[in-house]
Design a protein around this ligand. Structure first.
Ligand SMILES: Nc1ncnc2c1ncn2[C@@H]1O[C@H](COP(=O)(O)OP(=O)(O)OP(=O)(O)O)[C@@H](O)[C@H]1O
Ligand SMILES: [Mg+2]
Length: 298
């Protein structure tokens, strides 16, 4: 999605509000400076997951951006996301600095929300109670939190009357991910971290979920970091795509994407889309070939 704003001019921001700061002075949404993470492997040997990872995702006023992360398995995509989330054992980094909205990450926080590939809802809670969970933790009263949860259930394309009382095991994979998205977005995080959220869905459901995400993202105007193995998904969703390589995990390319103004199915037939997909597939093919290049014979 494009970072450009369009349509009607925005109302003048309140003096002193975050939106009043000129773009150049606004802290970045996410900033990595020479970040490295080395894990202690099971055999006691150090595993260098990522090294020297540097990137900046700007905080685009009243808009947000989607950044896709692509790369072979083990290149450190989840490590990067969980460092932003402040989740152990990825957090803290071994070297470098991770900042979110201008502040160093010291742990998880309400400014960040996460959606994983695994369905992360509570099995013993209904859809309504799952979606309302975060508000409950914040001490919001039952009536208010359930009213808001019902709105979010509808927003993610579920039927509040039919689905709110269901338990996760009564839902399809796509429906469960809708619940996971509602659970996260109801808290209005400024930064949303999505680790292969649609990886387990069939291709048609996946395209529907991509369209849903873009619609909701326009509404919540958040910055999204989106990890995927699908080049098409990365190109469709991403304002920018970060390509990563392994051993050690690092960013090797950052590509800006044109605005995708149409739904996923239409966008996928456009020439620019094919061109970007082809470029990325070629790049990833070369990264994977280098990773498995055999040791030179004697
Ligand atoms: N908790 C951990 N302890 C030890 N090593 C780890 C740990 N978590 C990740 N690693 C290692 O760090 C490297 C990067 O892992 P990470 O999960 O970030 O990769 P990824 O790009 O998300 O992979 P995938 O696409 O398979 O999800 C891998 O070599 C992995 O084995
Ligand atoms: Mg991963």
């Amino acid at each position: 999605m494009s970072a450009e704003t369009g349509g009607e001019p925005a109302a003048a921001p309140e003096p002193g509000s975050a939106a009043a700061a000129p773009a150049a002075e606004r802290p970045a949404a996410v900033e990595f400076l020479s970040v490295g993470k080395t894990y202690a492997g099971a055999d006691g040997r150090a595993v260098v997951a990522i090294e020297g990872v540097t990137f900046t995702i700007p905080d685009v006023v009243d808009h947000g951006e989607i950044s896709s992360f692509l790369g072979p398995s083990g290149c450190g995509k989840s490590t990067v996301l969980r460092l932003v989330a402040g989740l152990a054992p990825q957090h803290p980094p071994t070297s470098g600095s991770v900042r979110v909205l201008g502040r160093p990450v010291v742990g998880p926080g309400a400014d960040r929300g996460m959606v994983f590939q695994d369905y992360t809802s509570f099995d013993n809670r209904t859809v309504l109670a799952n979606v309302a969970f975060g508000l409950e933790c914040r001490g919001v009263g039952r009536r208010a939190r359930e009213a808001e949860a019902l709105e979010w259930i509808a927003r993610v394309g579920l039927d509040p009357t039919r689905d709110a009382g269901k338990y996760p095991h009564e839902l399809s994979g796509g429906m469960r991910q809708r619940v996971a998205i509602a659970r996260t977005l109801i808290l209005r995080p400024r930064v949303i971290l999505m680790d292969e959220p649609f990886g387990a869905l069939d291709p048609a459901t996946r395209l529907d979920m991509q369209d849903l995400l873009v619609r909701l993202w326009r509404e919540v105007e958040a910055t999204i970091l989106f990890v995927t193995h699908s080049v098409e998904e990365a190109v469709y969703l991403g304002d920018r795509v970060f390509v990563m390589a392994t051993t050690p995990g690092r960013i090797v390319e950052e590509i800006h994407m044109p605005a995708a103004a149409a739904p996923a199915r239409e966008t996928q037939s456009q020439p620019w889309f094919h061109e970007k997909v082809h470029h990325l597939q070629d790049r990833l093919g070369r990264i994977e070939a280098e990773a498995v290049r055999p040791v030179k014979p004697f």
